[in-house]
Write a protein that binds this ligand. Structure first.
Ligand SMILES: [Zn+2]
Ligand SMILES: [Zn+2]
Length: 309
């Protein structure tokens, strides 16, 4: 996988992003709970947050603890922050960065939050509850930014300025969505929490075929690969997949690049390296020209326009 260096410094602002029209930057790839420490420093300990730069537009996928440093960077860029945040679901590891997103407290900020409906619950109240006085000292009323909440359902397609975002319901507790984003021949799919095989979910009998077609020919797939095969045997129904299952899906859908995501909090860097090596060998033995890596915090990944290549 071709990458450019990690996060830029203040002295060299956003150099990586300027070089390519479409770039993905991972601000958090960990699942469940932030996991700082020497063993996880390589891939990073922040929970799910991914930034997509498509031309002059910025999309944010999930609001895990990685949203906090992203917010600091956006605040440093100055001016009024405008952001579109697409949430996959409301589990802690996907929303816990929200109260710490510093542009929230700036009246010049304007944010749209797209998120799956949860049984008719008002989306604003789901965020306000997270910031209730028992859990958090600053009330939701202290938010100065203008926020618009946009409920999404499965199969919703959102299009604006040539960016198309499609959603599919995935197999995970609560109503959880996965997204596919297409822009000027570049495509990326983001399914951080998805149990591909076991468990029981209300997704219909043809779900696997629909998922494969949803992902067909996507350039870059970020997919849940939280458990090893051995760990998964004791965690069926918890809503997550294994690296082998993610690889099988990527091959089935003819994905070009697979990025393992939602790393287990206890997974040390060396184990993730071994997982990736194992999958690369399997992919090489097959006829699929698929590149495999694990999502790494701070890494910029340019997206390729396959309509031109
Ligand atoms: Zn998660
Ligand atoms: Zn979850």
């Amino acid at each position: 996988m071709s990458t450019t260096p990690g996060p830029t410094t203040d002295a060299e602002p956003e150099a990586g992003f300027r070089r390519a029209p479409a770039v993905l930057r991972c601000w958090g790839a960990r699942g469940s709970i932030p996991s700082p420490g020497a063993d996880t420093a390589g891939y990073g300990g922040n929970t799910a947050c991914v930034e997509l730069r498509l031309g002059s537009r910025r999309l944010i996928l999930d609001a895990g603890s990685g949203l906090r440093p992203l917010g600091s960077q956006m605040a440093r860029e100055g001016g009024g922050v405008q952001a579109d945040i697409f949430l996959t679901h409301f589990h802690w590891d996907h929303i816990q960065g929200f109260p710490f997103f510093s542009p929230l407290y700036d009246p010049r900020t304007s944010i749209r939050i797209f998120a799956p409906e949860q049984g008719g619950r008002d989306l604003r109240s789901l965020f306000a509850t997270q910031m209730g006085p028992i859990y958090f000292p600053v009330p939701f009323e202290a938010v100065a930014a203008e926020i618009r909440f946009e409920p999404l359902r499965e199969a919703n397609t959102w299009e604006e300025n040539g960016i198309r975002v499609r959603a599919i319901r995935v197999r995970h507790p609560s109503v959880t969505l996965g997204y596919r984003i297409d822009w000027q021949g570049c495509s990326v799919a983001y399914l951080p929490d998805n149990e591909l095989t076991g468990g029981s979910y209300e997704v219909g009998p043809d779900w696997r075929a629909r998922l494969t077609s949803f992902l067909e020919d996507v350039d870059l797939l970020l997919h849940d690969a939280m458990y090893t095969d051995e760990e998964y045997a004791h965690r069926v129904g918890w809503g997550h997949s294994t690296p082998h299952e993610a690889l099988e899906l990527a091959m089935e859908a003819r994905v070009r690049r697979l990025l393992l995501f939602h790393h287990a909090p206890d997974r040390p860097d060396r184990e993730l390296d071994r997982m990736v090596d194992g999958l690369r060998s399997t992919a090489k033995e097959s006829d699929h020209h698929l590149s495999v890596a694990a999502a790494r915090e701070g890494e910029d990944i340019p997206l390729t326009n396959h309509e031109e290549s």
